[in-house]
Design a protein around this ligand. Structure first.
Ligand code: UDX
Length: 440
């Protein structure tokens, strides 16, 4: 099939590249000329395992193209994917201006009938609005059919998630469009669920909100475990054995970040509010997450009394491993609070340091490796469970730090192992390991 993709962010680029890989002719459109030039040279603007090599392969096969010109992308397109961003507005709801612009561009430049597929996460009812905007701007009165096809890929495993996802959701009232979409996704071998437009839009928000709720739930359980002397890792494992609960997204830590959960949970509260429904549970999920992000700083304050003048090594800055994405990363709240409290912050991340320097307080300095970050530090905080950080031996902390005190926000170590090394170790939802020297 001939496909146009509007927007070459995470969702657009991964979608375009993967659809080219399954044999389609794909043209990705972006307004950013510099970005398009780089993409044509096979340079991916994002760090995503496996993406760049697949992109280069499909460029060389002539199945993948990048352009700034909508008319070029739309000329032969059977399907047009809208994959532009819907960032959060300062007051909460999703900013739909890029969606509106994409709809206007389609109206102006479409010269043949096409199926319009909205992949961007949009509030319920937006797809109908997209159709109306296209019609209002249509120069050639081409027939358009609308499909909502929400995206469930995770950063860091986006390519693999696209080829091996659990489900593909197709929301449309149009049978022909549904058939075309089913055909398009046949090579992926993933179950397709067809529903109506509005339900498909809602599935995306509900799924992300539910996963965020699972995380905040286990984080609250971890806070109670700490007070009662239970071990959250063991509790989560025991819970996950129940197939109705499942083991995934029960990893206690310092809360969720990223481009989706924070934005989509806030947007869903707003969407419900717009129809006079107060989504109390989701409001709590958001509040719990906000508090959890700075949990380690509060533990450190309790331990040291004051953090003024102490050197704190932050290990891992991205919102999760295998990405350089710093959006809503817990490290932002942690570094801000530490700086406010007068600590000297040194950050290490194997990939995200450049991005981090744009959003963390200017006082933060960056280390090239864990050794440099830990050397001379009074305490360490593990914020992202990168393999490079998990690979550190307890002995490394002992060798490089003044008097090692480790606060682990991702439960990377076994407390017993730390105890056997006589290390002071504080983690999430488990008893702290203290040494004879620990001052509590
Ligand atoms: C998420 C959804 O998983 C994906 O389906 C959707 O399309 C986009 O949002 P992503 O943001 O890439 O994907 O990352 P994900 O792996 O889901 O992790 C999100 C955050 O939750 C991370 O900060 C992670 O550290 C945290 N998390 C995840 C936990 O704290 N505990 C868990 O058990 C799982």
């Amino acid at each position: 099939m001939n496909i146009a993709v509007i927007g070459t962010g995470y969702v657009g680029l991964v979608t375009g590249v993967c659809l080219a890989e399954t044999g389609n002719r794909v043209t990705c459109i972006d307004v950013d000329e510099q970005k398009v030039l780089k993409l044509r040279d096979g340079i991916s603007p994002i760090y995503e395992p496996g993406l760049e090599s697949l992109m280069i392969e499909n460029l060389s096969r002539g199945r993948l193209h990048f352009t700034c010109a909508h008319e070029e992308g739309f000329r032969e397109a059977d399907l047009i994917f809208i994959c532009v961003g819907t960032p959060q507005r300062p007051d909460g709801p999703a900013d739909l201006s890029y969606i509106e612009q994409a709809a206007r561009d389609i109206g102006r430049h479409l010269v043949k009938p096409a199926v319009i597929v909205v992949k961007s996460t949009v509030p319920v009812g937006t797809n109908e609005h997209v159709k109306a905007v296209i019609a209002a701007n249509s120069r050639h009165s081409c027939q358009v059919r609308i499909v909502s096809n929400p995206e469930f890929l995770r950063e860091g495993s986006a390519v693999s998630d696209t080829f091996h996802g659990d489900r593909i959701v197709i929301g449309t009232e149009d049978d022909e469009a549904a058939e075309l979409m089913t055909e398009l996704y046949r090579p992926f071998g993933i179950p397709v669920y067809r529903t109506d437009l509005r339900s498909a839009e809602m599935i995306k928000y509900a799924s992300n909100a539910f996963l965020a709720a699972k995380i905040s739930f286990i984080n609250e359980i971890s806070n109670v475990c700490e007070k009662l002397g239970a071990d959250v890792e063991s509790v989560a494992y025991g819970m996950g054995l129940d197939q109705r609960i499942g083991p995934q997204f029960l990893k206690a830590g310092i809360g969720y970040g990223g481009s989706c959960f924070p934005k989509d949970t806030n947007a869903l509260v707003q969407i419900a509010g717009n129809v006079h429904y107060e989504f109390k549970l989701l409001k709590s999920v958001i509040e719990v997450n906000r508090d959890q992000q700075t949990k380690l700083v509060h533990k450190a304050l309790e331990r040291f009394g004051s953090l003024k003048g102490l050197r704190v090594a932050l290990l891992g800055l991205a919102f999760k491993p295998h990405t350089d994405d710093m959006r809503e990363a817990p490290s932002i709240a942690v570094a801000r609070l530490l700086t406010e409290l007068g600590a000297q912050v040194v950050g290490y991340d194997p990939v995200a340091a450049t991005q981090a320097a744009r959003v963390l307080p200017p006082e933060v300095v960056y280390a090239a490796d864990p050794q440099q970050a830990l050397s001379g530090s009074d305490l360490a905080m593990i914020l992202t469970e990168w393999p490079q950080i998990r690979a550190l031996e307890p002995a490394d902390f002992r060798r490089w730090m003044n008097e090692p005190v480790v606060f682990d926000g991702r439960n990377c170590y076994d407390p017993q192992q730390m105890k056997s090394m006589n290390m002071e170790y504080h983690s999430i939802g488990r008893a702290s390991v203290l040494t004879e020297l620990s001052v509590i």
